[in-house]
Design a protein. Structure first.
Ligand code: UN1
Length: 528
């Protein structure tokens, strides 16, 4: 596979191949465009119309908090209600459009994203601090998610399926039909991929959407709106409302006029939405929440491979992926060798401006994560030992953003909260455990069940791990990431237990159906 081509597709598994001069020149051009475009004022978009506001959210870069990315109109509760109404009135026509026409529009939106990918990735790098590769991965994933969900619709021929019959004179079909208006509430860490993926699932199925981006990533959210609009999505089908969750999220959760809720983010917010969204009758609520994702390194592991996979997953995007690896159970016989490789590889990571070539780790997303990191380090030093990292970087060139060192912690009891609580910062704890069985027991004691990894050369061990681990996304012996890096149509991304509400994952073959409800249609032949 050649990386010497600006069209080369970067996935989370092929990032290492993307560092070509051609790629970097194209990224530099996108970055310049993004830097020049920064500082504008953006409205909300309701029923296809821009809606300005006196209340503006000033968005700055986590790499340099003095750099203003834009001023984004805060939607009010009234604006949100208007957006729901606009989505409601656009619903019948969008629902009744032939699925092939909807699919064609969605594919155009994916193409818009692909055409614009260097600009989009650059904006994301400025807005949420993703390094070049991670930002490109997110952008490519967004386009592929839309294409994959469009393909699901095509493969299922619009989910209209002939059934058996009980008598000769009846004709029966099962049809999956959209619910109506969906709220789509997105997180900061995959601001384009998850916004595009969740909304595309709802849209391609024939629903209309009120979309709220993360307050940390409104610019990327506006750009998704523009991609859909430029692809020809009719007015009101996809509405953009920016602002705090306490106003907009609340309105969307409480509204009797919202038919479905799709959310990715914290367990706290997801569970609250899940409990409150259906006061009168059951409504679909698809939540993908956090993780405390374990990696198990058995006595039969390749230690170098394991260390490489853990570094990628623990510190990619500064540990701020819900798929991040944040705890490792290693067999005592390999502990020393594994830790020395892990420390060496971690120390080789470069922290810096994520928009620059070759930087591995950008800043944390905000002040709150910065504090979480610092508190965790204090506690790690009290209760265990910090093997490497643990420092907040405050000297130039790090003084303008939330930069920290990737951190490895050992010496904690295995029931320490750091083995169970999601921190979402670059902080991984390693504990020695005698057996695979015990490692899986400890893994499963978490309330989460998102991703998990194993390193072992023994196929029987790997099989046993798959059969017994309570996680929806499992990997064995993966160099490109122990627990991260699922791709549309390749790894279904399903959260078990506290990580997800439906038992079906994004990126997977059963995603789009979740945005539809079944209608059985029986027609008897009329004899005359
Ligand atoms: C997330 O981590 O929030 O598998 C979503 C991955 C990516 C993103 C998952 N596809 O790491």
């Amino acid at each position: 596979m050649s990386a010497q081509n600006a069209d080369f597709k970067i996935t989370y598994s092929t990032m290492g191949l993307g560092q070509s001069d051609v790629f970097n020149a194209a990224f530099d051009a996108g970055l310049e465009e993004a830097q020049t475009a920064a500082g504008q004022t953006y409205p909300n978009y309701i029923g296809g119309e821009p809606r300005a506001s006196d209340s503006l959210m000033r968005s700055t870069s986590p790499s340099d908090t003095s750099f203003v990315l834009g001023h984004f109109a805060n939607a009010s509760a009234d604006d949100t209600r208007d957006a729901i109404r606009a989505a409601r009135s656009a619903f019948p026509a969008w629902r009744d459009m032939h699925y092939r026409d909807r699919v064609a529009i969605m594919k155009k939106a994916a193409d818009r994203i692909s055409e614009n990918k260097y600009f989009l990735a650059s904006v994301m790098s400025l807005e949420v601090g993703k390094n070049r590769m991670e930002a490109m991965g997110d952008t490519e994933e967004a386009a592929d998610l839309i294409r994959y969900y469009a393909k699901q619709m095509e493969d299922a021929q619009g989910f209209r399926r002939p059934m058996m019959r009980l008598s000769e004179n009846e004709d029966v079909v099962s049809v999956l039909r959209p619910f109506g208006v969906w709220a789509c509430v997105a997180p900061f860490n995959f601001p384009l991929a998850l916004s595009a993926g969740m909304s595309a699932g709802a849209l391609v199925a024939g629903n209309t959407v009120v979309y709220k981006p993360s307050s940390e990533a409104p610019w990327t959210g506006v750009l998704l709106y523009e991609a859909y609009r430029d692809a020809g999505i009719p007015a009101g089908v996809f509405n953009f409302v920016n602002g705090p969750g306490s106003v907009i999220g609340e309105e969307l959760v409480e509204s009797p006029d919202v038919d479905g809720f799709v959310f990715t983010g914290s367990k706290e917010v997801g569970m609250s939405a899940f409990h409150r969204f259906s006061p009168d009758f059951p409504k679909p609520c698809i939540t993908e929440m956090g993780g405390k994702n374990p990696t198990i390194v058995t006595a039969k592991a390749d230690v170098e491979l394991a260390a490489e996979g853990v570094v990628k997953s623990a510190f990619g995007l500064g540990g701020q992926k819900c798929s991040a690896c944040s705890r490792v159970y290693v067999h005592p016989s390999l502990e020393e060798a594994f830790l020395s490789q892990l420390v060496e590889k971690t120390r080789a990571l470069t922290v810096g401006d994520p928009a620059e070539r070759g930087v591995d780790l950008g800043p944390l997303i905000n002040e709150r994560s910065y504090r979480t990191y610092q508190d965790a380090v204090v506690r790690a030093r009290q209760d265990g030992r910090v093997l490497t990292g643990g420092t907040v970087l405050t000297d130039p060139p790090y003084d303008k953003g939330y930069f920290v060192e990737p951190t490895i912690v050992v010496g904690l009891p295995l029931d320490h909260p750091f083995f169970y609580e999601e921190l979402l910062v670059p902080h991984v704890v390693v504990g020695a455990v005698d057996s695979l069985e015990q490692s899986v027991v400890l893994s499963n004691q978490s309330e989460y069940g998102l991703t998990a990894g194993i390193y072992s050369s023994d196929p029987a061990e790997v099989e046993w791990f798959f059969d017994n681990i309570e996680s929806g996304v499992c990997y064995a012996n993966r160099r490109s990431g122990a627990t991260t890096g699922a791709w549309p149509g390749v790894q279904a991304f399903c959260g078990w237990k506290g990580s997800g509400s439906t038992g079906k994952g994004g990126c997977g073959p059963y995603y789009v159906q979740q945005f539809m409800r079944e209608q059985s249609r029986t027609v008897m032949e009329v004899s005359n």
